[in-house]
Design a protein around this ligand. Structure first.
Ligand code: RIB
Length: 304
């Protein structure tokens, strides 16, 4: 048996080439509009979260699939240039995952995913992993069966399992019960629980549904309203930082990387969420997914 590779964070998830156009507004059905020049930017929730944690100083490994097209090496280069261990990112015959993104004048986005190779990540990939990590990041851009398997596997190995339930979908209790921190936004929380989420008190009510279903902690990202940290003992509203928003793409990924790296440094959950808010806010001030993710130094300077 080869030696176990030790990391702070293991990400099992997606890599996407983001095909991004900035436009004055989102097109209506049947409408054609003109936007700026197309930009191809490294993205994918899994890869973004890997880079987000690495830029915060964590040692990170990623498991995922790309295709044997030109986007594959492009995405691997971005991970490697951020010191993410890509030993377990394999190339297969599918196309690399892509995300078609429109960013409007207010910095909000609209995204259509084409899973490609991300759809080929299987439970078998996980069984052969020779990695030990303190924290496991999961999202929902790879098959659900694999995410469920990964959460159980991570729990058995005593990892802190962090699930970002995005893109939004309903989830089985067998997944939620193996998660230490679930981090939905308001839309995802509403879809997950069936509770309409309109304000802080309905957010807390919905979060408590997830606690009842077995999640240990729920952290709801609220965009410009900050975040709500809910555990069985308490609910704490963490205020947002005010910034000029350029593009919100990957702000949630920056939050997760920042949150986990703060936890790894021994910071308490609420304070880690506050730090993560700063990471998300900074990411929203820059265009694109991975290029917008802040370093630890940038976040510390911003907080000061
Ligand atoms: O979270 C942002 C990411 O969502 C983008 O990079 C895009 O690839 C989609 O997966």
């Amino acid at each position: 048996m080869p030696d176990m590779l030790k990391h702070d964070v293991l990400v099992i998830g997606s890599l996407n080439a983001d095909l991004v156009v900035r436009a004055p507004h989102f097109p209506q059905p049947g409408e054609t509009i003109s936007g700026d020049d197309l930009q191809i930017i490294p993205g994918g929730k899994g890869a973004n979260q890997a880079v987000a944690a690495a830029r915060q100083g964590a040692s990170v490994a990623m498991l995922g699939h790309v295709g044997k097209d030109s986007f594959g090496p492009f995405l691997l280069d971005s991970l490697r240039s951020n010191s993410v261990d890509t030993t377990h990112v394999s190339a297969d015959e599918s196309a690399t995952g892509t995300a078609i993104i429109v960013v409007d004048a207010s910095g909000q986005n609209s995204i259509v995913l084409s899973a490609g190779a991300n759809g080929k990540v299987t439970p078998k990939d996980i069984e052969t992993l020779n990695i030990e990590a303190k924290v496991l990041f999961l999202q929902l851009e790879i098959p659900l069966e694999t995410v469920i398997h990964a959460a159980k596997w991570g729990k058995q190995k005593a990892m802190i399992v962090i699930l970002n339930p995005a893109p939004a979908r309903e989830l089985p209790d067998e997944l939620i019960a193996n998660v230490d921190f679930i981090l939905p936004n308001e839309t995802e929380l509403s879809l997950l629980t069936g509770v309409p989420v309109t304000d802080i008190s309905s957010t807390e009510r919905a979060a408590r549904v997830l606690l009842k279903r077995g999640a240990k902690n729920v952290i709801v990202t609220l965009g410009s309203k900050g975040a709500l940290v809910v555990s069985s003992q308490q609910a704490t509203h963490v205020e947002a930082y005010k910034v000029d928003v350029v593009d919100t793409t990957a702000a949630g990924d920056a939050f997760i990387g920042g949150f986990a790296s703060a936890l790894l440094r021994g910071v308490e959950v609420e304070a880690a969420a506050q730090y993560a808010n700063a990471c998300g806010a900074l990411a929203a001030t820059k265009f694109g997914a991975q290029p917008s993710l802040p370093t630890k130094e940038e976040v510390e300077k911003f907080i000061k």
